[in-house]
Design a protein around this ligand. Structure first.
Ligand SMILES: NC(=O)c1ccc[n+]([C@@H]2O[C@H](COP(=O)([O-])OP(=O)(O)OC[C@H]3O[C@@H](n4cnc5c(N)ncnc54)[C@H](OP(=O)(O)O)[C@@H]3O)[C@@H](O)[C@H]2O)c1
Length: 277
């Protein structure tokens, strides 16, 4: 039985991916913070009647929780066929918030969690026949990296922190593949653009102009989770080479964009290693 770990597997795109893997008969570890959503997922899996789901309740904004999840998975199975990274809190934080480990929240959940899981689970992935990492973020979008203030402690802006987190994930993908000597793992950065999820609704805020605009955009330009999942699965089929690829929906993103600059990827990796040590 193939095994997959999906972070943010209890809602939105992550949940869609979980259900698609269950339909194929896989064993899926789904991570989220809400016990209610976890139980609802288990019930849905039972109705589906194929595959097996293991819900792991964990707050992935904490380094220690990411390590705990990686440990649980490695104790239960030997091989990991896919790692799907979807955990995020799309609602922009109104002000700078630190986790109890003194790391900025969006940086911790959106970027650092993904970094830890990619590296902690790499060996297990390499044992699979065709391993894959799918990092669902927003590749293909331009913008700076705030090198002097990577966690935006000085000049915090909740929305900018989300966009910034995505660019950090672009660089994570670049460096992970650069250093992946086994050259066995396909690493796909995927941008769903506008997916009609509960997270996206929270992103629009409670009221005001932004909410009206976002509702309009998502209504006419957005896609349902099922459509997004089909596109991700067809992108995976299209990707024949191992190493890094990036997609905005079904359109390949040019990896020569500045946001994938190798020297920046190395610089970010150095910063992250220091932080974790
Ligand atoms: N939706 C879009 O239009 C859009 C556009 C561009 C990029 N994206 C990217 O696509 C990915 C998925 O987005 P989505 O719209 O599917 O999100 P979503 O519907 O809000 O789902 C987020 C998932 O992450 C989990 N999660 C949140 N905080 C967590 C934490 N601290 N620890 C562990 N799990 C946590 C949630 O579970 P709990 O509620 O149980 O914690 C839920 O399962 C994100 O990376 C997002 O940046 C989405």
């Amino acid at each position: 039985m193939k095994t997959v770990l999906v972070t943010g597997g209890t809602d939105g795109i992550g949940k869609g991916m979980v259900l698609s893997y269950l339909a194929k008969g896989y064993h899926v570890f789904a991570v989220g913070t809400s016990e209610n959503k976890g139980n609802a997922l288990i019930e849905e899996a039972e109705k589906l009647g194929s595959g097996k789901v293991t819900f792991l309740k964990a707050n992935l904004s904490l380094v220690e929780e990411n390590r705990r999840v990686a440990k649980i998975v490695s104790e239960q199975v030997e091989t990991l066929d896919a790692l799907v990274l979807c955990a995020a809190s799309l609602k922009a934080q109104p002000s700078y918030i630190e986790t109890k480990e003194e790391i900025e929240f969006t940086f911790a959940l959106y970027y650092l969690s993904r970094y830890i899981l990619c590296y902690e689970l790499k060996e297990m992935l390499e044992k699979a026949e065709n391993p894959i990492i799918i990092n669902v973020a927003a590749p293909g979008m331009k913008g700076p990296v705030y090198w002097d203030d990577l966690q935006m402690k000085e000049n915090y802006d909740g929305q900018k922190a989300q966009f910034h987190g995505s660019r950090l994930n672009d660089l994570l993908g670049v460096w992970f593949c650069e250093k992946d000597l086994s050259k066995k793992i396909k690493y796909i950065l995927f941008n769903p653009m506008a997916a009609r999820t509960s997270g996206a609704k929270k992103m629009a805020g409670e009221s005001g102009f932004m909410k009206v605009m976002m509702n309009f955009y998502y209504k006419f330009m957005g896609k349902d989770v099922d459509e997004i999942v089909d596109i991700i699965n067809s992108d995976i089929e299209k990707t024949v080479k191992t190493g890094l690829s990036a997609y905005k929906l079904d359109q390949q993103v040019d990896l020569s964009m500045d946001t994938f600059e190798l020297s920046n990827a190395e610089k970010l990796n150095r910063y992250t290693e220091n932080l974790l040590n």
